[in-house]
Design a binder for this molecule. Structure first.
Ligand SMILES: CC(C)(COP(=O)(O)OP(=O)(O)OC[C@H]1O[C@@H](n2cnc3c(N)ncnc32)[C@H](O)[C@@H]1OP(=O)(O)O)[C@@H](O)C(=O)NCCC(=O)NCCS
Length: 138
């Protein structure tokens, strides 16, 4: 569903290949942070997974760092993630609350995180992040 959504960015749909086997995937899609009447374009990191037998070998971190660099080169300035609060900070994410950026549904503060691809990009951005429709369908 995300791939058929207008938020889909094929350039930011990534896989990691080890010994000719796809062992991890990572997707970034467009989202807007709703700051009052204004919308600030950003990215959502989700979903992401590494094959169980390939976990804890640095593949996930490398894939995230590669994806963040690709995103920066494409001109994006900030990324949001809803995920493990012990994992994503190692890739530079911090609780989004530090910028007063909120999830559109109740979540514990540490799990909703943001990262500036350009230092200061989120300085004057505060508001809610309405995820695209496919994220609401379970
Ligand atoms: C989370 C995930 C993507 C991490 O990828 P990975 O390649 O295993 O991670 P890395 O090898 O880059 O990093 C490993 C480190 O992260 C830690 N880590 C991995 N998953 C973690 C988690 N869920 N919570 C906290 N720490 C985690 C490991 O303990 C390890 O720490 P260490 O370096 O101090 O020993 C992978 O474990 C996974 O696919 N999990 C199942 C799917 C999932 O949870 N996806 C993310 C949804 S938000």
């Amino acid at each position: 569903m995300l791939r058929s959504d207008p938020a889909y960015l094929p350039e930011l749909s990534l896989v990691a290949v080890v010994d000719e086997q796809i062992c991890a995937h990572l997707l970034f899609t467009r989202i807007d942070i709703e700051a009052g009447q204004e919308r600030f374009p950003a990215l959502a990191l989700a979903p992401m997974a590494v094959l169980p037998e390939k976990q804890n070998q640095g593949i996930g971190s490398k894939l995230v760092q590669f994806g963040l660099e690709q995103a920066r080169q494409l001109g994006f300035t900030a990324v949001i993630v809803l995920g493990w609060p012990e994992y994503y900070p190692r890739c530079g994410f911090r609780p989004a609350s530090r910028w007063e950026i909120r999830a559109p549904f109740p979540v514990p503060d540490p799990v909703f995180m943001a990262l500036e691809l350009i230092l200061g990009a989120l300085k004057n951005v505060r508001g809610a992040v309405p995820y695209t429709q496919p994220f609401y369908i379970i």
